[in-house]
Design a protein around this ligand. Sequence first.
Ligand code: MLT
Length: 404
Amino acid sequence: MFKVNENYLKLPGSYLFSTIGKKVSAYQAANPDKQIIRLGIGDVTQPLAPAIIEAMHKAVDEMGHAETFHGYAPDLGYEFLRSAMAKNDYQDKGCDIQADEIFISDGAKCDSGNIQEIFAADSKIAVCDPVYPVYVDTNVMAGRTGTYDAKTETWSNVIYMPCTKETNFAPVLPEETPDIIYLCFPNNPTGSTITKAQLQEWVDYANRVGAVIIYDSAYEAYISESDVPHTIYECEGARTCAIELRSFSKNAGFTGVRLGATVIPKDLKSGDVMLHSLWARRHGTKYNGAPYIVQRAGEAVYSEAGKAQLKDQVAYYMNNAKTIKQGLKDAGYNVSGGVNAPYIWLEVPKGMTSWDFFDYLLEKANVVGTPGSGFGPSGEGYFRLTAFGTYENTVAAIKRIKEM
Ligand code: MLT
């Protein structure tokens, strides 16, 4: 009889957002008259900006003519998009990243899950707690995390870096030395950030101990404070220790379009092996490139019109964040996040678990959020609301929560 990858059997339950989806569907089926407002998964609601739509239409037309038709995309991405990213996301900010160090993909979720493949099976990972579940679950699938303790909801071979109220939801350098450190700032789920000086400490630490940082900057567009870094390559020495994941989902509304990128500087090496070469080999073997139409849409993100339109879109969501944060404060909740990130992190009422509050909110206010414990044990007692809803739904949800 064939055998399955038993690491999959170690995974507890289903993926967080699938579990939530099932619970909400069951509630809706039992209560068809209820108008549920979804502020759970961080999925956008605003339509694609006009500059992006225009670029996509043009690309679609090109695909309809033999002279301008495009087949397989270059597996590492079209030069036009890699150059636009290198210039706008890095070089214009004074960071030394070249176009050929950027690998275009169909999204940061896939990249954040796949990147672990290029590291040794016995690598030790360190994650923030709470954390975006993909980082941990994909290492479980690869057999890297040891055994699961259902009581503590932790894996025996993972270094957890608690991000609590006491540290402003920032991780502190771990006592045990990891090989791979996952960091995401602005943070999902807590909506917190760290300053450039704090990030520099992580870069210095990684270079000192020979670890690699996988830096997820999916929420970079939401930064409003000047001491918060937009990319890890603002830090000195990051070229020798950091991989950066970039997404078009949150800054440009591409959750349903799918586009992302991974940056691997050529100076990032294990001995004399460049991680850049390994990822290029993986991409070439397993991936046929993001679609031409989508990459042209990505290029439009960097046009003057695209930049202006997306600035407005980000402001729209951040106005929601402000509305949620103020509304919850008025209702007596302790809240954080929502200043440099589209997520609001709130403490659930005493005596309730995160999942109790999920059920309570769904039943009493018909509002969906995400239980903090779904992101890790230190998330227990917390709850995440996203600012990616429509303004009208955001206002209505807060009104209902206040009346609860
Ligand atoms: C989230 O809600 O945490 C994110 O939307 C998930 C994702 O980006 O994959």
